[in-house]
Design a binder for this molecule. Sequence first.
Ligand code: ATP
Length: 865
Amino acid sequence: MWPAATAVVGIRSCARAPALRVVPALTRSIWLATSHPRPAPIHIASRLALSPSNGSTLPLARAFSNSIIRLDKTEPVKAAQSISSTAKDAIPTTSSEDKEATNTKEAATATTGSLASRLSARIRSLLQSQLAKSAPKSKDGASPAPTNFPDLKRLFSLAMPQKRNILIALALLLVSSSITLTVPFAIGRLIDFFTSGQNALFGLGFGTVAALMLLIFAIGAGAKAGSNILLELSGVRVIQGIRNQAYRSALRQDVELADKGAGDVVSRLSVDTNIVGESLTSDIGDGLRAGATVLFAGTAMFMISSKLTLLMMAVVPPAAIGAVFYGRYLRDLTHKTQDAVGQMTRLAEERLSPPAFRTLTAFNTQRQELRRFDGKIGSIVDLQTKEAYASGFFYAGTGFVGNCAILTLLTYGGHLVSRGEISVGDLTSLLMYTAYLGGGMVSLTSFFASLMKGLGAGARVFELIDRESNVALGKGETLSVSTTPARLPVRFEDVHFTYPSRPQQPILRGVTLDIEPGQSYALVGGSGAGKSSVHSLLLRFYDPVKGRILLAGQDLASYRPESVRKHLAFVPQEPILFDGTLEENIKYGTESATREEVEQAARMAGCESFIAEMPRGLDTVIGSRQLSGGQRQRIAIARALVRKPSILLLDEATSALDSASELMVNKAIEQIISEGKITVWIVAHRLSTIKSANNIQVLEKGKIVEQGTFEQLDRPGSRFRSLMAAQLEANAEPAEAEVDAQGESGKERTTALDKLHRLSALIPPSTPEEREKLKRELSVMLRLVRGVLPADQPESKGEGIVDARPLSTHDNAWSVTLDTLEPEKEESKIEETQKEGTAVLDRETLLAKVDGSRKYHEYFVVDRT
Ligand SMILES: Nc1ncnc2c1ncn2[C@@H]1O[C@H](COP(=O)(O)OP(=O)(O)OP(=O)(O)O)[C@@H](O)[C@H]1O
């Protein structure tokens, strides 16, 4: 408010003519119109303001300004040195003027030299501590990672695609600003015209002048509209360009980025890009307008009264130094604030994701979550509080400096008017130009501050854009294949692996294995053994830290990742569906698939029945969580099948399926396996799934400890058997009450059948009590098997009922046949079978007892060594 307030005092002190009464109000309204609510790069002002006045100050201003520009670059300490050396250069000039003539030049140099070096050290330490504080902490919180702020050139390069529009907008802006800036001059002349009683103004009649001015103002308004529209539109396009660039970069990253959570990336894409785009377009417009205002107003003032102008300009350098430090502080603060916003977004996004939201609702952890979120907001508020204090003090300071300047103008200006050195009109123009200058400088500070904010946010955007992926897309040789599906042997050779986020935790410690084309493999191991990690390495989500993976005899890392992934299909543990139709979801990644191919894949994956129940079949739109877990898995399997891959990777792909669906999917997989065209590599816990593979690999403690066929591995003392036994024990815990409660309803039957699957490979108990328990269970199962067979079941192989393979090849094993479990014979038969060694029940025999008309060709076996 300084120009308006002090204008009153100034005008009163030199009031001569009635027309002057209008000046304070006029000054105030013009100042309000030109001032900006936000701060300004006084360094530019200082350069401009100082330039015409004093030859010796021009280099200083330039050097200072250059130092400030260097501050924006990535070398803050060098910039600090530069600033201090600029200050050092400045001190001899000013101090030598003030010194007594008796002072020797050496003494002055020594004094100023030590002052300058102290100043230099102080600035350097300030900047270093600021940088250290603002730099994001590393994961362990120990050592801060240095922040690389982009230089202005890099920042401006983002606006290059809109260069033409921006330049036109800026040219229009200069036209409109120039017109606005002639107003104080015209008013000064008008005041002199009215107070002097002349007949002509600029040699023209008043009416003509007024009409001309109206025309000029209209042109100014048009130019302003044009520049505003063009800048806004350029801003939108620039933001669009930055977002595209950043998103493209995000999509090309390796999965490590996603492991950290998407929230931070999302906030970079949304908030940071916005800040950068704004600072490159509308803020640049504001800045240029303000710069032109300051330049024009300063020059005009200088022409009206150089003495007065120079006197006023003395206040600029301290304000400029303040602006530099404020700007820099703001830039670091913005970077930190944006980081904090990123963390908050990450938390909110994670917690509001459908599965997380269900969990927090079910566990009543809303308060706890709110506290956690509050903590995140708290750190943002802390940073914003610092910003509030910084801007409060800064603006108070610049306001104070401005008031001092206007006071000087009015006091000394009034004096000059009273001495007749300048006219009242001149003083009025000066006063108005001061208001313009003040407003312009405030706007410049605002522009400077937003540019600094842009740099802070830009650093985060560039971090994303520049992030190098370890597994770079588009780099490497194209994997060329002669057949479809391609026959691609895989070999892991002494592969060691740790996740980048946990380099101290080895996951694989020398895995060596072979995958032959057209074969099927099951990778088994305890939870957390690293099975999924093995698949991740083949998919090149990560690269091994040691050893190598060979694909078709060549290092996997030498291929273009996309060309390898084209031949792989992957069904993850937790399949992801996207918003869209079922067909779109199945075709995801295989856009060329026809409707028939989609339908066939859906059929093979066992999706047919539930798709048929959907209102629009394959065209039904689904959200990411609008299907059951088992349905999602089946869609994901269909998605993999429609791809017709060379290698099909299934990671617990049937874990969420019930037995009937699992059986259906397993049959589809078995069919694929039997065709021998596609290599199938399964990660599984369930025996029924594992057994469908020709080869089994057992992963333990980061190594493959056993591999072979099921028959080879299912032997006493094998790691595989103990692994299976441990899992089965954990799963098969039948209780009498539960068994009784099962009845024969479809759902319960399915549950019991699931248990039956597991029991088909159970190691029978050795103690009489446990054997008792097993007998009870098997007898219930027998009842269930009878119950589950529909009366109209055609003569068949028992499809869709029970999945169990012949295990008759097992040496030294024994089995309890279900027919031994007919109530009256149970006890004796078990004993008997134990003595006999291996005996197998074929279902045909079993079911012949149940219903002589049916034939079944599969077996239930209870295996025991
Ligand atoms: N993105 C990751 N970053 C860091 N560590 C990870 C990551 N993913 C998995 N791990 C760790 O790597 C180890 C192996 O995990 P992996 O998922 O490969 O095991 P798994 O054998 O597939 O387990 P499960 O059978 O339970 O799915 C685990 O200890 C796990 O904590």
